[in-house]
Design a protein around this ligand. Sequence first.
Ligand code: GLC
Length: 762
Amino acid sequence: MKYGYFDQKNREYVIDHVNLPTSWTNYLGLKDMVAVVNHTAGGYAFYKTPQYHRITRFRPNGVPMDRPGHYVYIRDDETGEYWSISWQPVGKPLDQAKYVCRHGMSYTTYECDYNDIKASQTLMIPIKDPVELWDVKIENKGDKKRKLSVYSYCEFSYHHIDMDNQNFQMSLYAAGSSYEDGIIQEDLYYEEFGFQYFTADFTPDEYDTVRDSFIGPYRTETNPLAVEKGKCTSSAELGGNHCGVLGKHFEVEPGQEMRFVFMLGEGKREEGRKIRAKYQDFAAVDAAFNELHEFWENKFANLQVQTPNADMDTMLNTWNLYQAEVNIMFSRFASFIEVGGRTGLGYRDTAQDAMTIPLSNPDQCRLRIEQLMQGLVSQGYGLHLFDPAWFSDDEKQKPFSSPTVIPQPKGSDMVHGIEDACSDDALWLIPSVTEYIKETGNLSFADQVIGYADGGEGTIWEHMQRILDFSAEQIGSHGVCKGLRADWNDCLNLGGGESAMVTFLHLWALNHFLELAEIRKDEEAIKKYTAMRDTVKETCDRELWDGDWFLRGFTKDGRKIGTHTDPEGKIHLESNAWAVISGAAGQEKGTKAMDSVYEYLETSYGIMLNGPAYSVPDEAIGFVTRVYPGLKENASVFSHPNPWTWAAECMLGRGDRAMKSYMELCPARQNNLIEIRKAEPYSYCQFIAGKDHSAFGRAHHPFMTGTGGWAYFAATHFMLGVRPDYDALVVDPCIPAEWDGFQMQDAGEMQNTEIDVENPNM
Ligand code: GLC
């Protein structure tokens, strides 16, 4: 079953059956103001941080599903009938009204065709201004004049998400609204920077700024009293819950189209006046839309492919890169799953995001690497979750300080000890640096001096050495890296037990480091880290082979994890893929290991993380044994490591196998399987329920997953095999035997390279 299709030309996903089983989301905004919205205009906006500067309110995980949002109602003033331009919140029967949602590149358009009135609402945030524009067009398709009204609706949030959800003492009486000159201002009285405005290009006939006055008692956004009556109450109040409602009555002749632009912005009424003056000119609205379009076209122009596989083209040329960019721009904490209660950067996730797309976004990748280097403790481990603002002087970014006493942490409190360190976090940063340098040619980047989180400073090159030294020091009795709080697998909590995956990662990071050391001619580093690499390689050979595949590690008391005698968690994807990618496995063992992975873990939706699922809690292995079988880290198809298997298969020269797995996971390929997948087919999801779960094949958590970056990286660098090196662009494809070849336009390091790969055996 499908609910929509890819419009390749416009780079839109068009949902023409809007009664989806779950919300399908999109991201608006490229800089400071951001909104996450779904296919029915549900969602929320924030400024810089979804935790401390929320603009609109959202009731996540609730019923009715994913409300409120940024809505526009249309009312027929002759009949009193009303509907919304997005299907929800009014929810007209779909056999009477035609609804479409188009998710595009940083904009979403909702369309509605009902009773001879064709309407659309495009949401977007211009690159230049922190304002969300709601560009509304209403056309009379009938043959008689119509008398209509239009009403906007959004619910303002207290800035601080915890205050907004937990302590109404703080939020309810410290938020006020007022209306003046066509502009609603919401002020958060306690906060120096706490202002939002809502306005429109026209002079409103009506307004409401108090939520409950507009909605009315015992009602919802589905049937607001004011819309039903066709009359707002001109409400405004200090204290309470507030909304952005502006109404306009108008007449529209047959064939005529009316246009209204609503503006939800950051700042005081004064700011609203300026923005309103600017976007009252519809040419400015169109220009803002075109600038977004150009922004994305310029990005995509960095790399385009034409392969024999249309789904791969759809992903690589548009949606996969879009997802990876969304990740590197906003990190991971704004979605409908993570609704903004955390902020800052997850160390390992961000490092991988930064590693994967320096071609299309070198500046943001570099910024993220610098921030992560600043979040490195001098001992060589990363702060697992931290806010770069802790190290910045920008006072405005600091959390709101509440008048009820909440102890203020000191800078030193932010630096957690080794007991909270994850063993893999900082290792990812080494290839992030080397990939960045290979892509940009900026060798001196490694000489940049950056502070350590706990004081002192050093060059990036020195930071890299501390990271490698930390992993060399933190080893267990087998010489394998300790798992610590967790390794890449958040739910594998080995503490003093040992992680094979991290030892392979260490080896991989050492390889990357040594390549750069050669270029830098740093003899001392070459000597020291070559010896370290040899030791690590010997450890891998000596300790980690299980006969048919590689172990996942050892518990603290020395039990093997992921061995052939284990009834559960017998084999794990991560350690086997990394044994190959790191070069530890070699061809023979690597082939055997990946064959085993394939034999035990392959499904029609991708490769499971491990199997058979754990069902017996085992504290020495960790939380993974307490996760329901088939969900999350316990034997689901965890998407993020799937591209590791594509890379590994390509390194083994098995392009057919890589492509098969690529297609199994491919969201676009599942466009016709939504009755099973449920989630959006234009985004990789964090995981897909595995074979041991009753909802096998159901995908969860779109957008915010490292799969975005890794799928792009593995497909382009390994499967298509085009990757930058220090002094050349390498073309080393590993494509399916049935492909006659592919074309690629790469505008990276070697400006505008046209690559044409032919399969000589075809
Ligand atoms: C989540 C986390 C990521 C972790 C993965 C596996 O995606 O964000 O850091 O590596 O789960 O546990």
